[in-house]
Ligand binder design. Structure first.
Ligand SMILES: Cc1cc2nc3c(=O)[nH]c(=O)nc-3n(C[C@H](O)[C@H](O)[C@H](O)COP(=O)(O)OP(=O)(O)OC[C@H]3O[C@@H](n4cnc5c(N)ncnc54)[C@H](O)[C@@H]3O)c2cc1C
Ligand SMILES: *[C@@H]1O[C@H](CO)[C@@H](O)[C@H](O)[C@H]1NC(C)=O
Ligand SMILES: *[C@@H]1O[C@H](CO)[C@@H](O)[C@H](O)[C@H]1NC(C)=O
Length: 540
């Protein structure tokens, strides 16, 4: 642990006078996920000492959650570092020896990480047949061509046609269907198979973007999400190692787990502070003056603060912003919270004693032939399992054993979360038997699932730009409070970080990390003149 002592008395700068009373600005960070930890690390390294992290759960990492499952380390949350050079998470992992650079097989190479790792994806129909590889490739090429077109609307400012309703799902389905139907070489049955595959691809795409379905994803904004070039790396020892690296220099007294925040009183609205302010002379005694912000914890503890960095997910903000902030959020920020999208993507891990799949098989994709003509993919409650799009084979078996990792998203994922392990294991086994045509598949030895949607402090997996929202809403979400720099209101009382506040890299670990650093930098700049008087920089 390092000490970053800075004495604010070492300067005569008038900026410091307002801080004399409590020496150092009091900063509270809400959430110990990647955003909160990255912000805290930056603040400590830049000389701030009065920093407190309040984390609702009993562990750090938030949506990074590596779980020991027998000899395997499984990721219930983030799995891949998307892209290499220029990705701060990649550099952190690489510089600390967390990555394995053995063969290309370690990394998935496709655009959609669910598609391509080592080996071949087996596209299976509900009548238990494998779709021939050349047909899969033909369809995949067609789908990817149309996917590239979806990127152009944002990148080239291409106008969105009225018929697409500004929706990635509607645009993609219409265009891919049109091309399938116009192909003179395909038989009716081939056309039908391709139409069914389209639905399956859209389910996968929707799990990738953590949207209820692709119809809700904005076409005009879809291309703003930016890919960092390079492979998708996994961290064999667990993604949590990256979290631990960020947290390793944060002193234990700073980090308070099991401390859910109930309400953030800002703009000097803290009830206790108001009492103190009644005719009190602020410079008179040791009594802490009225704080610009007061953080009220669920257990009744109050923390006065000059600045609060909120990193709670968009899902938490959607559900709770009306009670979480007092006074309430400005209207345009509340509207941004409402307009932007977040839904649930969950994983289902199944461990088998023996593999029932062939060695070259890297995944089993479920293609329902009776869904070829469906419009929007929403199912009656009892058919939730139709949203499970695929099971990946985790590789290599020496590391994971014989493990499948299934994907489900949207409301159907929430329904899965409400079922018990036994039920889900049974349903998944039935699906695997049906689609592989192998009735002898035994029930899995063990099952492990994520439950991001029903976690009250997460409420969804990651954000997306919903139809009707835009990158501008992301900016509004990220803008600190109060908005206007009046001479009276202290600046930067409430700051916002977290994956959903990053315009280009939302939904990712690097987006979360960068957003935390961004908000820390606002404070570092605000106090720049004050801390500049002290030339000692802490060592890393
Ligand atoms: C299933 C899944 C797969 C993913 N796959 C990838 C991937 O492969 N690659 C990738 O880059 N990203 C992936 N992500 C996204 C990535 O995990 C997130 O973008 C990132 O971890 C979010 O970090 P954060 O700090 O913004 O939020 P969080 O991790 O959610 O941190 C916020 C913290 O705030 C706490 N909190 C909330 N409310 C309160 C409160 N009232 N009081 C106190 N504390 C509170 C929460 O408990 C949480 O710990 C995946 C996510 C999921 C769920
Ligand atoms: C932060 O400042 C407050 C008020 O001056 C003080 O009571 C508290 O002990 C300080 N905390 C730390 C961690 O320095
Ligand atoms: C903040 O407080 C000032 C002074 O009491 C008040 O005029 C202003 O409207 C408040 N701002 C908000 C957003 O409540």
């Amino acid at each position: 642990m390092q000490s970053c002592e800075i004495s604010s008395d070492s300067t005569d700068d008038p900026l410091s006078s307002g801080l004399r009373r409590h020496q150092q600005p009091r900063i509270v960070v809400i959430g110990a996920g990647l955003a909160g930890l990255a912000a805290t690390k930056s603040l400590l390294e830049n000389g701030f000492t009065n920093v407190t992290v309040l984390e609702a759960s009993d562990h750090i990492g938030g949506r990074v959650l590596s779980v020991q499952f027998g000899k395997a380390t499984l990721e219930l949350g983030a799995t891949w570092i998307h892209g290499a050079n220029g990705n701060p998470v990649y550099h952190l992992a690489e510089d600390n020896g967390l990555l394995e650079h053995t063969t290309e097989e370690e990394c998935s190479v496709g655009r959609i990480s669910l598609y391509a790792k080592n080996g071949v994806a087996h596209y299976q129909t509900n009548s238990g047949k494998r779709i021939p590889k050349d047909l899969v490739e033909e369809f995949s090429d067609l789908y990817n061509e149309v996917y590239d077109l979806t990127q152009e609307f944002f990148k080239n400012g291409k106008p969105v046609g009225a018929e697409s309703k500004n929706s990635v799902g509607i645009f993609t389905r219409d265009l891919v269907r049109k091309r399938i139907m116009l192909d003179p070489e395909d038989s009716e049955s081939t056309k039908k198979l391709k139409l069914s595959m389209l639905q399956q691809y859209l389910k996968v795409e929707s799990c990738e973007s953590s949207s209820p379905n692709m119809d809700e994803v904005s076409l005009s904004e879809f291309g703003e999400w930016t890919e960092i070039p390079g492979a998708h790396h996994v961290i064999p020892a667990g993604f949590i190692k990256v979290v631990e690296l960020l947290a390793q220099d944060i002193p234990a007294r700073v980090l308070r787990l099991g401390k859910p925040v109930h309400r953030i009183h800002w703009n000097y609205s803290c009830p206790e502070a108001e009492d103190n302010a009644d005719g009190a002379d602020h410079n008179q005694d040791q009594r802490p003056g009225p704080a610009p912000v007061c953080v009220e914890c669920e257990d009744g503890e109050w923390l006065p603060a000059d600045h609060v960095i909120v990193t709670a997910s968009l899902g938490v903000l959607k559900k709770a912003h009306e009670t979480l902030f007092s006074p309430g959020l400005p209207q345009d920020k509340a509207l941004a919270v409402q307009k932007l999208g977040i839904s649930t993507t969950d994983k289902i891990f199944l461990e088998f004693a023996e593999p029932f799949w062939s060695p070259e098989c890297n995944s089993i994709q479920f293609v329902w032939e009776d869904e070829a003509q469906l419009e929007s993919l929403a199912y009656p409650v009892e058919l939730w399992y139709r949203k499970i799009c695929s099971f990946d084979v985790l590789y290599p078996p020496e590391r994971y054993g014989h493990m499948l990792s299934g994907w489900i998203c949207g409301d159907e994922a929430l329904r899965m979360e409400r079922c018990d392990d036994e039920t889900v294991a049974e349903i998944c086994t039935e699906l695997l038997r049906k689609f592989t045509g192998n009735q002898n598949i035994p029930k899995p030895r063990r099952i492990l699932r994520s439950a991001w949607g029903s976690n009250p402090y997460i409420r969804g997996s990651y954000s997306f730009t919903r139809v009707g929202s835009s990158g501008g809403d992301v900016e509004r979400l990220a803008e600190p409070l109060p908005y206007t720099k009046s001479t009276k209101a202290p600046p930067l009382q409430v700051l916002f970080a977290g994956e959903a506040t990053h315009r280009k890299y939302y939904s990712t670990t690097h987006g979360a990390l960068l957003s935390g650093q961004r908000e820390a930098n606002r404070l570092i700049e605000l106090y720049h003149d004050l801390f500049n008087a002290d030339t000692t920089k802490p060592n890393m």
